[in-house]
Design a protein around this ligand. Structure first.
Ligand code: GLC
Ligand code: CA
Length: 552
């Protein structure tokens, strides 16, 4: 039977309200006992993913990499790291996921390659001004003997964004020195990425998460423009020399054409840490189609902040035909069960400050972990009731906290090293998952894991939780199951009341979500409570709790 137009458009829009689960492959499941997660490990856990009830998996980079930045330093965009498996393993993984109706989103890292990429090795061996160098951003230094960096540009991981090579030139890296930035004015660079997009699309990728999507276009006109002063509006109008320039969208317009060669069209989601007013351009149907909205992740646990973020996010999506995205945790930030265990943070006036807070402040003052998890569960349940797509990060379904006490000598994150220890780095949310209460690495693999796991992982393991109806894992399973059945039109209606401490909304079809941010228990609307983030108190919704109510 021919699919109807509605079915067809539904197939094309699968991502619009998808629950997407982020797998950080090196920390998910280790099939061969070398301490590093791998693709066969993912395959072995496909039944788990299916039972969880997600619609898609987003895999952080699994490409060959020296791991200078957790795999975001890619040696070869069209291969699998031998430590993680082979292309055949990728195919097997794709087949197993697709069999269970789970889509695959792969992570594309276009801003920079690794310093071991064939192109960069070629550039180092080639002379100044050569075509090989023009795939990257090489410049002569300043000062009489060129010993000063070509500009004041700084790396996101601390220190100058320029590193000098033996013949005296400097190359640009907005991240680690092992991550040289590509020159996106170079046609060959552009074409090669189109080849990569087709390569993975042909192998079954249903979509792409685009790393540092706001960084590709730079103002490379001579003399190189200095960084604007901190509060200069450059970040708001597309005139910053490095970030969020308007020309970047020409690149995604080309990518969109490739996405649309496929049926259904491949999906895209931009990782763009830009001002909210600039986000719609990335999410445009003529561009990547979706962009991460990190506003929820940056919000404090306060009704007013959540209300504003949700209202703005939905309005923005409606204006530009995209669907909203929601994120509470990912591999770059302190896990939300730990964030909400800390006092609220004010004056997060810029994304940069907020990120600094998220990255560095997982430990002090002493976190109230019980409260943190309670709020994290309530926040997740609220998020999963919203129209749009929800991005979940591996381990949040177990209620994992940030591992805040990794010894300095075991830390892998370049932001820790390059900031001289000022930034704690992101390893604390990347510790391999606990699958069972004991064993060499809590069921992650047959030996110790590549980052140390704390003893408290045991009781939070999958096995310890899966038969406990009060566990976080069971709450996620129930919520994702109901979400699949209940999600309807991408709309919600706010239900007033609650004196500013309660967020209550209804989705078409009789699905209501109520969250109590206040300190007193509040009544629930009539109907059946199908999931709650904590037990009700004599029929009332207690503090820091969300419940879903069906009917009437
Ligand atoms: C993105 C990734 C992050 C990585 C950076 C550089 O922000 O999410 O993990 O370090 O890009 O590729
Ligand atoms: Ca392994």
């Amino acid at each position: 039977m021919e699919p109807t137009a509605a079915q067809e458009s539904q197939a094309a829009g699968w991502w619009r309200q998808a629950a997407v689960y982020q797998v950080y492959p090196r920390s998910f499941a280790d099939s061969n006992g070398d301490g590093l997660g791998d693709l066969k490990g993912v395959v072995s856990r496909v039944p788990y993913l299916a039972q969880l009830g997600i619609d898609a998996v987003w895999l952080s980079p699994f490409y060959p990499s020296a791991l200078a930045d957790g795999g975001y330093d890619v040696d070869d965009y069209r291969d699998v790291d031998p430590q993680l498996g082979t292309l055949a393993d990728f195919d097997e993984m794709a087949a197993r996921l697709h069999e269970r109706g789970i889509k695959i989103i792969v992570d594309i890292v276009p801003n920079h390659t690794s310093s071991r990429h064939a192109w960069f090795l070629e550039a180092l061996a080639a002379p100044k001004g050569s075509p090989a160098r023009s795939r990257y951003i090489f410049r002569d230094g300043l000062g009489p003997d060129g010993a000063l960096p070509p500009s004041d540009w700084t790396s996101m991981f601390g220190g100058p964004a320029w590193t000098r090579v033996p013949d005296g030139q400097w190359y640009l890296h907005l991240f680690a020195a092992e991550q040289p930035d590509l020159n996106w004015e170079n046609r060959e660079v552009r074409d090669d990425f189109l080849t990569t997009l087709r390569f993975w699309s042909d192998r079954g990728a249903d979509g792409f998460r685009v790393d540092v999507a706001h960084g590709l276009a730079k103002n490379l006109a001579e003399p190189l423009e200095p960084l604007p002063a901190r509060h200069h509006p450059a970040g708001l109008n597309g005139t910053h020399p490095l970030w969020d320039r308007d020309e970047v969208h020409d690149i995604y317009a080309e990518w969109r054409q490739v996405f649309n060669e496929y049926d259904p069209p491949r999906a895209g989601v931009a990782e763009a840490w830009v001002h909210p007013s600039r986000r719609p351009r990335y999410a445009s149907p003529a561009g990547l189609g979706q962009a991460f909205n990190f506003d929820l992740l940056e919000a404090n646990w306060r009704a007013g902040e959540f209300l504003r973020v949700i209202t703005d996010g939905l309005a923005e999506a409606q204006r530009n035909g995209a669907s909203t995205t929601w994120v509470l945790s990912n591999h770059d930030v302190v896990r939300h069960a730990s964030r909400y265990a800390l006092p609220a943070q004010d004056h997060l006036e810029s994304t940069e400050n907020a990120k600094g807070w998220l990255l560095s402040n997982g430990t002090s003052p002493e976190p109230d972990l019980k409260l943190g998890l309670r709020r994290a569960r309530a926040a997740t349940l609220l998020m999963l009731a919203l129209p749009g797509s929800a991005y979940l990060y591996q381990g949040e379904e177990l209620g994992l906290y940030e591992v805040a006490d990794i010894p300095a000598e075991l830390i892998q994150d370049p932001s820790f090293l390059r900031s001289g220890g000022a930034e704690k780095g992101r390893d604390g949310c990347r510790v391999p998952l606990p699958w069972s209460p004991d064993g060499a690495s809590f069921g992650f693999g047959a030996s110790a894991a590549h980052l140390p796991q704390p003893a408290w992982f045991g009781p939070l393991s999958v096995q310890a939780q899966e038969h406990d109806p009060a566990s976080t894992l069971v709450m996620y399973r129930q919520a994702l199951g109901w979400r699949r059945r209940l999600r309807t039109a991408e709309r919600l209606e706010w239900v007033p009341g609650g004196h500013g401490q309660v967020l209550h909304f209804a989705r078409p079809g009789g699905w209501q979500s109520v969250t109590n941010f206040g300190s007193e228990a509040v009544p629930l609307p009539p109907g059946t409570v199908v999931v709650a983030s904590a037990p009700l108190k004599e029929g009332l919704l207690p503090a820091d709790t969300t419940a879903w109510v069906l009917g009437s």
